[in-house]
Ligand binder design. Structure first.
Ligand code: GLY
Ligand code: MN
Ligand code: MN
Length: 465
């Protein structure tokens, strides 16, 4: 939670989500759901990795402290607590070193739980809370530690069997319930995601403006990180990719030491996480502010592929439709440029059928986006009849689903492709929310058209001169 952008805890938003989960569980026989937050992770000796809450836990609580666990009791009596938080106890000494803690009573009041306990009471309270309940619901098999804890709590209940207490007889995976809720973004989430997209777009503009031949990749990364934090984003949503020249053909290249050369393209795939939500932007631009003809040719193909994919991102289309739309444009471009030998393929359909594009375009055109950059949610229709190959049909896009649209082309040096295209790696990535009629792009605060990129870079040079 960021006090700059979320001055008040959206108590009702989180409470309503918990109530939806409780209603779903009640409709399915009741039981107790258990959702812990993420553990702290040691980096080395006394230093931890920066702490990041668990997305599912945060989705249901808005609570960002470590050492916390949510219990939702869908079998509670009407006047008994159904929504119960465990969190760190108040501790003046620890708070002097580590900062403010809500403590159970403070958290219960501020976040609207029915009851709260100190985290070190988890093992004492959980057997009591799950006793005589028909089922448990948690992220089954996702963490050996949690699986082990659940076993311990079950054993503690079973040990009381002779006093007439019964242990839950079934365990269900809770995640499909939560995944399907998280896949559809509510107004609260979309407002944060729009803001995250704006901050990330500004970071890309700043990096473009700062770019010159001679600059190092890490210097451009610094411009991005500065902008994220300057606007209150807590962290990058994923490791920033800043890749000069041939490095752009390495898909997960982390910003390194390479120096941008005069005729390099720079590929930046970087974006912030704001108040628990990711954005995800890629732009590709010339180090010296002017695309070479070969760079521009390929850039125009990738941009046309992205436009086709954006057009295909609308309600009623499948999740795969934008990818297929992009593939057609990219495959045609590979034939037109001679990167794929026109003599070997009857046309674009054959390029696609034989996956001949794959050496130059080896990833999909998008993924769900939300609290996690590669967000949760099924890509296929669960429970639908499979096709003749055994695959489930692709999910149908619906309003308020959010996803990225990110085609690219990556041409490594090889005797099999014309030399003018060697070492050109291009990706263009924007974030979209499906609307009633099409999609809304959240990240167009940074130019994408080549003329506009050149104009921005030119203007930055003039004002720096
Ligand atoms: N930045 C990760 C991705 O584009 O999927
Ligand atoms: Mn992406
Ligand atoms: Mn990306």
């Amino acid at each position: 939670m960021n006090p700059l952008t979320e001055p008040q805890i959206a108590v009702d938003v989180y409470r309503k989500r918990r109530e939806r989960v409780l209603a779903t569980l009640r409709a399915n026989g009741g039981g107790v759901a258990i959702v812990p937050t993420a553990p702290e992770t040691l980096r080395n000796r006394d230093a931890d990795y920066p702490y990041r809450h668990d997305s599912y836990f945060y989705y249901l609580t808005g609570f960002t402290e470590p050492e916390a666990l949510l219990v939702l009791d869908a079998s509670a009596a009407p006047d008994a607590p159904a929504s119960i938080l465990f969190c760190r106890a108040k501790n003046v000494e620890r708070e002097t070193w580590e900062g403010f803690r809500f403590g159970p009573e403070g958290a219960r009041e501020a976040f609207g739980f029915d009851a709260a306990f100190a985290f070190d009471e988890v093992d004492a309270q959980l057997p009591r809370l799950i006793a005589n309940r028909p089922a448990l619901h948690y992220a089954l098999g996702a963490s050996a530690a949690l699986d082990g804890q659940v076993r311990g709590w079950l054993e503690a209940v079973r040990a009381q069997g002779r006093s007439g207490v019964s242990a839950p007889a079934a365990i269900h995976d809770l995640l499909p319930v939560l995944d399907d809720m998280r896949l559809f973004k509510d107004a609260h989430e979309l407002a944060i995601m729009r803001r995250a997209g704006q901050i990330s777009a500004e970071a890309h503009r700043r990096a473009m403006a700062a770019c010159r031949p001679g600059v190092r990749e890490y210097e451009l990364e610094a411009e991005l990180l500065y902008t994220f934090r300057r606007h209150g984003a807590q962290a990058p949503a994923y490791g920033s990719i800043v890749a000069a020249g041939p490095n752009a053909c390495v898909l997960h290249y982390p910003a390194g030491n390479a120096i941008a050369q005069e005729d390099d393209l720079i590929l930046i795939d970087a974006a912030c996480e704001l108040d628990g939500y990711a954005s995800d932007i890629t732009r590709t631009f010339p180090a010296n502010g002017k695309f070479t003809p070969a760079q521009r040719e390929l850039y125009d193909i990738v941009l046309a592929a992205q436009e086709a994919a954006i057009e295909a991102t609308r309600p009623g289309a499948t999740f795969d439709a934008p990818h297929q739309a992009a593939l057609r444009v990219l495959s045609q471009g590979l034939l037109d440029t001679g990167i794929l030998d026109r003599g070997l393929y009857a046309g674009v359909d054959e390029v696609i059928a034989e996956r001949a594009y794959a050496p130059f375009y080896m990833h999909r055109t998008g993924h769900w986006l939300g609290m996690d950059v590669h967000d949760c949610g099924d890509y296929r229709e669960r429970g639908a009849p499979p096709d003749e190959t055994g695959a489930l049909p692709w999910r149908t896009l619906k309003p308020s689903m959010t996803l990225t649209i990110e085609p690219g082309l990556y041409i490594r040096a090889s005797d099999e492709v014309p030399e003018r295209y060697w070492n050109i790696g291009i990706r263009i990535e924007d974030d979209a929310v499906v609307t009633e009629t099409g999609c809304e792009l959240l990240t167009r605060g940074v130019p994408v058209k080549p003329d506009e990129i050149e104009a921005l870079m030119q203007a930055a040079r003039v004002s720096a001169a």
